[in-house]
Every structure is written in structure tokens, then in C-alpha cells.
Design a binder for this molecule. Sequence first.
Ligand code: SF4
Length: 384
Amino acid sequence: MDRRVEQGPEGKLHTVMSPVPHLAIRRPIRSRLSRLRSQVGDRWRRVATLNPPRLANAVQLHRAFAQAIRRRDAGVPLPEFQAWPMSLSVEPTTACNLRCPECPSGLRSFTRPTGMLDPDRLARLLEGPEGLARELVYLNLYFQGEPYLHPGMDDLVAVGKRNGIYVSTSTNAHHLSGPRAMALVDSGIDRLIISIDGATQAAYSSYRVGGQLEKVFEGTRAVLEAKRQRGSATPHVVWQFLVVGTNEHQLEDLRHMAAQFGVDGFVVKTAQIDQPADGHPLLTRDPNLRRYDRSPEGRWTLRNPLLDQCWRMWQGAVITWDGQVVPCCFDKDATHTMGKAEDGRAFRQLWHSDRYRAFRTSVFAGRGDIDMCRNCSEGTQVWA
Ligand code: SF4
């Protein structure tokens, strides 16, 4: 892509990018200092959720995890602990407008029921005498599916926000234009991750099958404009580039576009690939942009060693739209369900149930023996 930086009459730097017509306009490049300020503000909003009970719970979780590692090394059973999740992912919906490969929503391949989360269910989980909001620091309203296909997505956010929790989500940004963007900003959501995996329509839709890059641009512009009109620091808008073999050549172009658009952050994520093999179209040529290495015998395996431990599962959980509690976001089809939680109390019983304990024990005994744990990013470098 042809790119030029020019100085305008008012002395500001402008970039001109020509082959993508809608970007061939002059915009001020957002300064690094201003992005840094947004990042500091975003970190602060997360830290600010830590009231004394949440802090005490986080300390307990860390202590119990360290103890579990020591016990594993000594060959004795994991400790009993009295701490609760500090982060939770809750699935607004399994529905999705796109058809990305490697995604059961996109492939319509779920064996579990599909549907939409009832905001009352979320309220029952977080609120009341045994509600999880007491210890919860981070609520990610995302698992499978496109969250903004849920007509009450802003109501879901509101449940988290009225309980003082940091709330985030991840979206393909196809449904964010016009008044939707203003409602999103007004919901108070703290972080909005926008998946944008290419700088041209061809590269973008090579993975985001059925997606329109122009809609992602529109959605981004709408949210940034709504933030400006409201004078709001939130949401912290991050463009996430899932790098695969068909778009890796556009990484630097998109990084530059992110600065032009004025988003708060730009992150590059490597792809999880179900069965990596020679010639797989999603494997990048650049070894630094993938999670897998090829052995001299031609086997593709995760680059990092599989440690028999898992902080992600230890400190949090995932709840599907219909209340199934699963250990982590890798259990996309809820194969390892711990049971159904209708409210906070039911969740607390499941969290310390024999089944959950047995799962934790099996991860610490040999993570490689659990299918989904073998190809999981826990302990692996996923941000390139
Ligand atoms: S797949 Fe296994 S190792 Fe990975 S996050 Fe889930 S429980 Fe942990």
C-alpha cells in the first residue's frame, strides 16, 4: 500500500494512503502520548474495581495457586481453598453473522443448544447475598457468537457496571453504526475489542468469511464519534488483528490505519489452529507470528512447553448463555461442563464441587492428557 506522511498548513502531520479509497483522506495521526494516556486510564479503571473483599479474594487465589504447584511437585493432592473467581466470561449469544473457519459459531457446528442470555440470569449470577459480584473484578461478555446480535447487550453490560465490575467484550463491529454506537458508549462498557483481520476486503474476508471490512470501519468510526460527542473515556477501543497466512503481509498497513483511525490500542494475536500441518493456509510464513513450530520430522506442535498447571482456569470460569459452567474459553462446545448455574449460589456450589476439583486435579496431573488443553494458549505467547 502506498503511504505518505505530509505536513498540513496548520503544521500537523497527516498521512495519505491511496489504494484503499475511503482512507485516501487526510487525518491527523493520533499521538503516541494520547494513546498512552488512554492505556493508563484503562489500566486504572481495572485496578479501581479492587475493593477490599475483591483484593482479599485475589490474594487468596494467588496463594492457593502457588500452593497447588508446590503440592503437584511434591506429589500430594491439591489444596482445598476458599476463594472465588476473579474473572468470568459470560456468553451473550451463540449467534453470529459471519462464518469464520476454526469457529463453531461460524461453522454452525455446536452440539450444545444455541440461544441468547437472559439478562435476569446474569443478574441472578452476580447479585444477591451469594452473588459473584462480591469477588468479581473482570466480566467479559463474550464467549462464542457476536455479542451485539443480542438485542439486550447494553442491559447485560449494565448489570456488570452497576456492580462496579470492569466489563469488556469482543465484536466483529458489523452492528455498531448509528444510534447503536451511542447506546454502547452510554452503557458504560469499559473495553471494546474489535476484530479486524486485514487492511483490504480480500485479506479480511479470507478469514472473516461473509464479513465486510467497510462495516468494521463504519462501526469503529461510529463508536469513536459517539465517545467524542459524549466526552467519554470509555470504551477503550482496541483493534485486534488475528494474524494468519492470508493476511500477515498487511500487518504493518493495518497498524498504521489504527493510528489513523485513532483507536486506543492495536494488538496482534496469533491463531489457534485445530490441526496445524504443512501447507495449512492459516499458518503464517513468519515464525514469529504463529504459536507452532515444525519439528525436523515435520510435526507441528505448540512452541511453548505444556506446563501441568493453569492459572486461567484457576482464577476464572466461563458460563454459556444457558448457564453451563465450563472451565475456560477453550471448551467451546461445553464438553467439560461442571453443571448448570441458575444463580450465584448454584455457581458457588459447582466451583467447589467434586467434579470441578477432579478437573483441576487432572490438569495439574497431566494437562497433555486432556484434548482441549493440549492445543491451548495457556503459558504460550499469543500476542505477537
Ligand atoms: S484448555 Fe486446559 S490448560 Fe487451557 S485454559 Fe483451558 S483448562 Fe487451562
